[in-house]
Design a protein around this ligand. Structure first.
Ligand SMILES: [Zn+2]
Length: 505
């Protein structure tokens, strides 16, 4: 046998307990065919890793490639600290149609902006500025007039925000494909080999009724699994024996596709986010009477489960987590599916009494550690002292036998897995605040969240998540070993290999 690729001279952390470490990997036709036992086989290409560390390719189990890539053609106001800076940036918009901004963060500004402020930028051009969270936006009066049922000073959240964004749409398939390439290259440079795109087809983050065509056309350098927005479910006249009330066209569902592009879970939104103060809480945000917004998506959960989908239920606040767990339990009682492997996206605030329920229902939390690194100081304040340690848990999930999948929710937060892994180990925000003492993971456990855990959450553990013969040849090559490096986030990604193809980062 002649291998296509042979990696030698490395320190391979396989994440496979049967053979935890190796020095060589053999690749043939995109798959791993052996470890140290291939060292003597001939190969078309042999790479001496010179002592570099190799891990399985990182999996970002919840991200938004299209949205992240779109930043390249909108006006990014994420760095602004004064309201006037945002307005100046928008005034510089070229062209004569929509003025589209992104990365708006009113918490960082000296004062929040209103429609009247945006009117000083332009009263003739419609202006839409997306909030960093994706759950809100700011628009000018011209846009408000096109939303006659909405009463607002320009700041819109959730459904109203989606209605405003719908006015901007659609983008063309070429534009979206370009955005995807931009975002995929960024992910690749950070060692990511599979991204699970968190919601296509409709809802808050839709881009076109043809958007899946963009993923097909783009021929991306990474693997992508598409979560489908539950908003596209519609009634179908299937045979009564199928028990399917609502589906997407052609009966496509979780598991369809190949190893480069496939359909994953059904994405269902049950609340907002902490950043927009719309995550649904049992008790109000500290010092307010606001308990966030709960969306009653009970039917989507029941119908999606009955139709055979894996569910990815967005639930950030503990009240939304209760709702998700209650409804998943109801769905399982009606139609037991032992390996349904439903996920809770974010699972951001989990009370101690909810942990055992998550374990009992076999639900996988898909967490975003970097949220706490970037925004943890703010989140700790709005949750208060008692609840702050419940945010984006780590160790207590594992102690209850709950698997964790790591993810970024990019562009809501930085997407580098090494940054997130470091946070999971240290639990320290960028402002120096320790969040959730006792929730620290070991380096190996944190790496597992971005490899084995992600593969499990995406239903792809037979192909991905560890360096094991038979699995796909996806690796990240690092210039230091995360188990011993002084700062994990400072480790450089030397190469990311997808299906045996080097990306030459
Ligand atoms: Zn998301």
């Amino acid at each position: 046998m002649i291998l296509d690729l042979k990696l030698v001279g490395g320190r391979v952390i396989t994440m496979d307990p049967r053979v935890p470490e190796a020095g060589a990997i053999g690749v043939w036709r995109g798959r791993i065919v052996g470890l140290d036992d291939v060292a003597d086989l001939p190969a078309v290409r042999t790479v001496d890793l010179g002592g570099a560390t190799v891990l399985p390719g990182f999996i970002d189990a919840h991200t938004h490639l299209a949205w992240a890539g779109r930043a390249r053609r909108t006006i990014d106001v994420s760095g602004c600290v004064r309201a006037e800076q945002v307005l100046d940036a928008l005034r510089a918009a070229p062209g004569d149609g929509w003025i589209e901004g992104s990365g708006y963060d009113r918490r960082a500004l000296d004062r929040p902006l209103t429609a009247a402020d945006l009117d000083t930028v332009s009263a003739e051009r419609p202006i839409y500025v997306q909030d960093l969270s994706g759950h809100a936006c700011l628009v000018n009066s011209l846009v408000l007039r096109r939303l006659p049922s909405v009463v607002s000073d320009g700041w819109l959240t959730e459904t109203d925000s989606a209605a405003a964004h719908a006015l901007v749409l659609p983008y063309s398939v070429d534009e979206i494909a370009g955005d995807l390439h931009h975002a995929a290259r960024q992910a690749l440079s950070e060692g990511i080999t599979l991204c699970a795109e968190a919601g296509v087809g409709a809802g808050l983050l839709a881009s076109s009724p043809l958007e899946v065509a963009a993923y097909q056309r783009a021929n991306l350098p990474i693997r992508v699994q598409l979560m489908v927005s539950a908003n596209v479910l519609h009634r179908v006249d299937a045979h009564v024996d199928d028990g399917v009330a609502r589906a997407i066209d052609l009966g496509l569902r979780t598991g369809f596709g190949g190893d480069r592009l496939s359909i994953g879970a059904l994405k269902i939104w049950t609340d907002g986010g902490m950043m927009a103060r719309t995550a649904a809480l049992t008790e109000p945000y500290e010092g307010t009477d606001n308990t966030g917004e709960l969306l009653d998506e009970r039917l989507a959960i029941l119908d999606g489960h009955a139709a055979g989908w894996q569910l990815a239920v967005h639930a950030i606040g503990d009240r939304a987590v209760d709702f998700a767990l209650d409804t998943i339990a109801e769905a399982q009682a009606l139609d037991p599916r032992p390996d349904a492997r439903h996920r809770i996206e974010h699972c951001g605030l989990v009370r101690p009494d909810q942990l055992q329920r998550i374990a009992d229902l076999g639900v996988i939390p898909v967490v975003q550690p970097t949220f706490l690194w970037a925004y943890g100081d703010d989140y700790a304040k709005i949750m208060g002292e008692r609840r702050a340690p419940w945010m984006y848990r780590g160790r207590s999930f594992l102690d209850h036998g709950i698997p964790i999948a790591g993810s970024s929710d990019r562009p809501v937060a930085d997407g580098a897995p090494l940054r997130a892994i470091e946070f999971m180990v240290e639990r320290q925000s960028s402002g120096g605040l320790r969040i959730g003492p006792g929730e620290e993971l070991t380096v190996e456990q944190a790496i597992a969240a971005y490899t084995l855990g992600g593969a499990f959450a995406c239903g792809l553990e037979h192909d991905l998540g560890s360096v094991t013969p038979g699995k796909l040849a996806d690796f990240v090559v690092l210039d230091d070993d995360p188990r011993t490096a002084p700062r994990i986030s400072a480790i450089r990604v030397l190469d990311t290999i997808v299906g045996g193809q080097s990306s030459e980062v």
